[in-house]
Unconditional design. Structure first.
Length: 244
């Protein structure tokens, strides 16, 4: 375990609810592996990928190169400096691929699982994207997706992110995924509201009050987010677990 991974590990309990939810879900999925070997996961659009740090799996990161405009402003995609830092800080990264998943050159059935967190809302050709994700997963494998909750956003949610092509409703995401996967579960996650926003403010050692507010926000939001799987209003994310 590197120093970076250790610091991530000890601070994990105080991280935002979405991060905690994703890691718990993926760890649960990893426990289903009955082959007595480390699962190979393709982390699509992961960049620094805090969601897969320290997981007992072999992680391959895939993302597009960072471009100017919105992608640079939002810090999306890979840069050369980012790639060097990732390889230095992470012990479970086995490879890094710079590629657009809609133009995938990866062999069919080459991974046991795919993790794709807050990515598909950025992809214009979402059907082709999901089709290619499905192709690289071996039979019996799984994929895990999260995306903003379009059922909430279209009515009373936050303004549209400038790099989001679309927002999915629960039904819309299910219909897209069931075209390429045998079993699909889509549910809501993470209670929206001021405490979630507090928890996303981050930690700055020079601002102790901000740290305290962030901690309180994450603690309350974690409690609020229990049992919201079937609550379309005022939930921030959709989570999909699919099986090949």
């Amino acid at each position: 375990m590197t120093y970076y991974e250790f610091m991530r590990w000890i601070t994990f309990p105080i991280m935002p609810t979405h991060l905690v939810t994703v890691r718990k879900d993926v760890k649960r999925l990893l426990k289903q592996n009955k082959k007595n070997k480390r699962t190979t996961i393709l982390d699509v659009g992961g960049r620094k990928s805090p969601y897969t740090i320290n997981l007992p799996a072999d992680i391959v990161l895939l993302d597009v190169p960072q471009e100017s405009g919105d992608k640079a402003m939002l810090n999306l995609g890979f840069t050369e400096s980012l790639l060097k830092n990732i390889k230095k800080k992470r012990s479970n990264i086995t490879d890094v691929i710079i590629e657009d998943m809609t133009q995938s050159t990866l062999p069919d059935a080459s991974y046991e699982a795919v993790v794709c967190v807050e990515v598909i809302e950025h992809v214009p050709e979402d059907d082709l994207f999901i089709k290619n994700v499905s192709k690289v997963i071996e039979k019996g494998g799984w994929a895990y997706f999260t995306t903003p909750n379009g059922d909430y956003i279209k009515n009373e949610g936050p303004n549209k992110n400038p790099d989001h092509v679309r927002h999915y409703t629960r039904e819309g995401l299910y219909n897209l995924l069931q075209k390429y996967f045998d079993k699909v579960d889509v549910h809501y996650a993470v209670k929206a509201g001021k405490y979630r926003v507090w928890g996303l403010k981050g930690f700055r050692i020079t601002r102790p009050l901000l740290i305290f507010r962030t901690l309180i926000g994450n603690f309350i939001n974690r409690f609020q987010s229990r049992g919201v799987e079937n609550t379309p209003v005022k939930t921030a994310h959709l989570v999909a677990v699919v099986y090949k």
